[in-house]
Design a protein around this ligand. Structure first.
Ligand code: ATP
Ligand code: MG
Length: 353
């Protein structure tokens, strides 16, 4: 039987994962679930944000449905024990280097985007973020210089094979979409970015059918607001991808709408599926969180890890129908509670939308 590891985590994580679970149950698929603590919740329960049992469950499951980690109560812990280390540890341990973050504007959400409706309506892109390298995993430290000043550093590094494997996913995805790949870097300033660009250009010889462009990240941030419709697939490093996808999410209406898949092969197999948002401590426990990003992440799980394309498409259509029907959580300018938004998606799913 297909085993799903449910790692709900902190803050709004459990609230949104619960809705995703209800929607998955309503598809009629037979799935087995096993839950395990992660993040601050796991630190509280077991003294570590990623206990061995949780990692073992993730490693043997067919797919992982993840909520979010992060809890301000633990901000002063040494870094290795902070909740965020759990998701970094999972990505690294499972080799989940390719993070797919599709951003589309759902019909009816034009009013939730800060962009002009005619511009917002053209958003249909995927940010492909490298997930196991860059400053997140390089050597990092704070220390005092000889004259007593505090100093901190984080080493940004990429090896050529790391760039090549994520760029390969980018070209393969672009081939299946509009055949446009934009590689985002900061090659005018950073050596890692120069290497990134060189490797992407070398690889492009294998993909003559894909139109490759390069953009500096600062320009990409500007273009994302000016004319996001120009993008099809964006491939970029861990840090730039983190920032650009939060920005893209807002252009598409809300950070509460964007799902993600973290994969270790182009074709899928075990993957980790999570909303792009974090634990949102400011709204946790208040029933205000938008569960759509988590629900859409469950759909991506069905598609990429479980081979259930039809059920994935049904869930996506149900979210679209609920949104089109006016269902709105507060982040979208409405007043529905998290569970009521889940109800709206379930109703749409059951009416076969
Ligand atoms: P991380 O470092 O984990 O990405 P973050 O610092 O980017 O976290 P988030 O937790 O994503 O922060 O929250 C950013 C803002 O977006 C907060 O104001 C939060 O309330 C809001 N937000 C995040 N997720 C949702 C959601 N599902 N529904 C509504 N608002 C959300
Ligand atoms: Mg964020």
């Amino acid at each position: 039987m297909t085993l799903i590891a449910l790692l709900a985590g902190d803050g709004i994580g459990p609230e949104v994962v619960a809705e995703a679970r209800r929607v998955l149950d309503a598809t009629g698929l037979t799935l087995a679930y096993e839950e395990a603590p992660v993040g601050g919740a796991a630190y509280r329960a077991a003294g570590h944000p990623l206990p061995p049992e949780t990692l073992a469950l993730a490693a043997r499951a067919d797919a992982i449905l993840f909520g979010a980690v992060g809890d301000p109560a633990y901000d002063s812990l040494e870094r290795a024990l902070r909740p965020e280390q759990a998701i970094l540890g999972l990505r690294k341990a499972l080799g989940l280097f390719a993070n797919l973050r599709p951003a589309t504007l759902f019909a009816g959400l034009e009013d939730a985007s800060p962009l002009r409706p005619d511009i917002a309506r053209r958003i249909d892109l995927v940010i492909l973020r490298e997930l196991t390298g860059d400053v997140y995993f390089g050597e990092k430290a704070q220390h005092r210089t000889t004259d007593g000043r505090r100093e901190g550093y984080d080493i940004m590094s990429y090896a050529e094979d790391e760039v090549r494997r994520i760029a390969t996913v980018g070209f393969e995805m672009a081939k299946r979409r509009e055949r446009k790949l934009c590689s985002v870097d900061k090659a005018n300033v950073l050596e890692t970015s120069q290497l990134w660009r060189d490797v992407v250009i070398e690889l492009s010889a294998d993909y003559p059918e894909v139109a490759l462009t390069h953009m500096y990240v600062d320009n990409a941030a500007m273009q994302m607001v000016r004319n996001p419709g120009q993008f099809d697939v964006i491939v970029t490093g861990n840090l730039f991808g983190d920032i650009l996808s939060d920005q893209a999410s807002m252009c598409a209406g809300s950070i509460g709408m964007l799902p993600s898949a973290s994969l270790r092969t182009w074709s899928g197999d075990t993957g980790l599926y999570e909303p792009i948002h974090g634990s949102a401590p400011d709204i946790a426990g208040q029933g205000k969180a938008n569960p759509c990003a988590a629900i859409l992440s469950a759909a991506m799980m069905l598609r990429h890890s479980l081979g259930q394309e039809a059920a994935a498409a049904r869930i996506e259509a149900a979210v679209a129908a609920a949104i089109a029907g006016g269902a709105r959580t507060p982040d979208l300018g409405g007043s529905l509670a998290t569970a009521a938004m889940g109800d709206a998606v379930l109703a749409a799913l059951e009416s076969g939308a």
